[in-house]
Design a protein around this ligand. Structure first.
Ligand code: NDP
Length: 283
């Protein structure tokens, strides 16, 4: 039976650290500010942005809400982002994804100044991660790494298997695991015999978006299992990408869904915003 990696508890600790960092900045006259850009009125996006804004307020970060109507053009949205790049009271810029279909998401993301890219999604931030240079890292992968750190396991030489290769989660977390000297296998929809690969994993990171696709029987005894997936099932609420009940019989540590990676993502956004403000103050 495994130990549950309690994302809510670890996220509370990260938020407390962020609050202390913000307090130290405020004592020096710097009020960290996060601009949250929301286009249109998708209900799920509104909920996500609302929870990020509340979390900011709780740790003393000023939240600067930017609401634009559905039908906003790419050029206008990019221009708004550039205005935020130029504002001294804005230390971080978050563009809530997904954007409406008519908008060129990449053009908008790339308009964010790298030093304000608290989601770590610009080509500069991602290139810096690839190059092993300091920079802002994406929040969900940072949260995953923090949860793995909680186990106290040294990643040097362990086999880490990441399932999913998105820019948001899979690719960056694979690079971060590599940075910690894990031997990393990055799986995706064309991977042959996923089960056999997962069976050899000391660390499994599942970021696919398919309910309970990673079967408990595939999990190696004593593995660390991080389940990033959030799948809404009619009737049974939220489930992850891992077959939790069976996997927890074999894993040494496992994250629940909900209450695992989810709370870490917002906590890391706060940490990144405090870091961005501290870096600018030090410059
Ligand atoms: P994407 O849809 O961008 O990527 C999914 C990845 O899974 C792709 O690389 C895809 O492969 C791979 N995949 C799909 N089917 C299979 C398969 N049968 N076998 C192996 N790999 C497969 O998703 P995201 O990375 O954005 O998100 C993944 C999950 O994590 C979602 O459930 C999302 O809701 C959740 N999430 C949770 C967050 C949190 O805070 N907890 C934050 C972000 C995401 P290919 O590239 O070949 O198509």
């Amino acid at each position: 039976m495994s130990t549950i990696l309690d994302g809510k508890a670890v996220a509370r600790a990260v938020r407390a650290e962020a609050a202390r960092a913000v307090e130290a900045l405020r004592a020096r006259g710097v009020v960290p500010g996060l601009a949250t850009v929301l286009v249109g009125d998708d209900p799920a996006s509104r909920v996500y942005v609302g929870s990020k804004e509340r979390a900011c307020t709780e740790v003393g970060i000023q939240s600067i809400g930017q609401r634009l109507p559905d039908g906003t053009r790419t050029a206008d949205l990019a221009a708004r982002v550039r205005e935020l790049n130029a504002r001294a009271d804005v230390h971080g810029i978050l563009v809530q994804l997904p954007l409406p279909d008519a908008i060129d998401t990449d053009a908008v993301i790339q308009a964010i100044a790298p030093e304000k890219d608290v989601d770590g999604l610009t080509a500069t931030s991602q290139g810096r991660l690839l190059a092993g240079l300091p920079g802002l890292r994406p929040c969900t992968p940072l949260g995953i790494m923090r949860l793995v750190r909680e186990t106290g396991v040294d990643l040097a030489g362990v086999h880490a298997v990441v399932i999913g290769r998105s820019r948001l989660v899979g690719k960056p977390v694979a690079l971060m695991l590599l940075e910690q000297h894990a031997t990393v296998t990055l799986c995706h929809s064309r991977t042959r015999d996923l089960a056999a690969t997962v069976r050899t994993a000391d660390v499994v990171v599942a970021a696919v978006g398919r309910p309970e696709m990673i079967r408990g029987a595939w999990i190696k005894e004593g593995a660390i299992v991080i389940d990033v997936g959030i799948n809404r099932l009619a009737g049974s609420g939220l489930v992850g990408d891992v077959e939790f009940a069976a996997a927890r019989e074999r894993a040494a540590w496992i994250t629940p869904v909900p209450g695992g990676v989810g709370p870490m993502t917002v906590a890391m956004l706060l940490a990144n915003t405090a870091d961005a403000a501290a870096t600018r103050e030090a410059a």
